[in-house]
Design a protein around this ligand. Sequence first.
Ligand code: XMP
Length: 323
Amino acid sequence: DWTPAHFIESTVAAIREKVGDGHAICALSGGVDSSVAAVLVQRAIGDRLTCIFVNNGVLRLNEFEKVQQTMRDKLGLNLVAVDASSRFLQRLSGVTDPEGKRKIIGNEFISVFDDEARRIFESNNDEVAWLVQGTLYPDVIESSSVKGPSQTIKSHHNVGGLPENMKLKLIEPLRDLFKDEVRRIGRDLQMPEDILQRQPFPGPGLAVRILGEVTPERVALLQEADDIVVSEIKSAGLYQQIWQSFAVLLPVKSVGVMGDQRTYAYTCAIRAVHSEDGMTADWVPLPYEVLKRISSRIVNEIHGINRVVYDITSKPPGTIEWE
Ligand code: XMP
C-alpha cells in the first residue's frame, strides 16, 4: 500500500545503503522536483549532500535570494549558491536566436556546475561521485517536454574534471513517481507549500520570454512585469489552478501617453495556460478584473513598458513559451 511515509522511509534507507559514507551533489532549480529529491537525500546522508544553486542572470525578481533562504534556512540544506549572472548575461549579449540562447545557458550552467562539483569532490577520496536528479516517471518515459536544469546535466552524461579515479553515478529517487505524488511526499517532509505548488519555470528562464536580445535592462523590466502577473494571479486565488502564468517582453515599441508626456516604450504580453503535462495547453480566460489590474499596474509601475496585450493562443499550434 503506497503512502508518502512508507515511500520516504524505504527511499531514505535505500539511499543511505547505496551511498555509504560517500558524497553527493544536486543542482537545485528552486522547483519542486529537485527540492524534494534533495531533501530525501539529505535525510539519508546529511551534509554529505551539497546542493548547488546558480544565478544565471535570468531568474525571477529576488529569486536568487529567496531560494537560498528557503533551501538553507527552512530546509537546512547544505547549499552552495553561485552568482554567475554577469557571466551568463555577457555570453547572451547580441544573441537573438532562441536555440542559441538555450545552448549558451545550458553550456554555461554545466561549466559553473562542473567547477563547483570538482571543488566539492577533489578533497574526498571517494570512488563514486553521486549526482542527485529529480527525474520523474514522465521524464523516464519521455512523454513530458518539461525540462529542468537536471535534464541539461543528464544530457551532459558526466561531470567534467572529476578526479580521474572517480565514477559518476546517479541517484534518482523520484523516478517512479508522478508530480502529484512528489507533492504529497514534499508535504509529508513538511516542505513549504510555495515550493510544492510552484508553477513550472523553464531552465533558460526569462531568456526565452524576452524576445530578441537579452539585455540587463530588459531582464529588469521583465522581472518587474512577471512579479506583478504572479502576485495578481495569486491574490485572485488562481495561481494553483493554472499550469503557467507569466509575462513576455516583446522588442516592439509603441507610442503611449503618460500625464502630458508622450512615451515610446516596450510591449508586454500576458500568457496563462491550463495544461496537464505541458504537451498541449489551452489559454485561460482570466477574469477581466484580473487582467485590468495586471495591465494597469504594469504600465503605471514599470517605466519602459507602456502597452499590455493578452495571448489567446492554445498549444498546438502555439507553444507555451514564446521562444
Ligand atoms: P513549450 O514552449 O515547448 O513548453 O510549449 C512546454 C513546457 O516546457 C517548458 N520549457 C522548457 N523548460 N527548458 C526547460 O527547462 C527549456 O528550454 C524549455 N522550453 C520550454 C515550458 O515552460 C512549458 O512548461
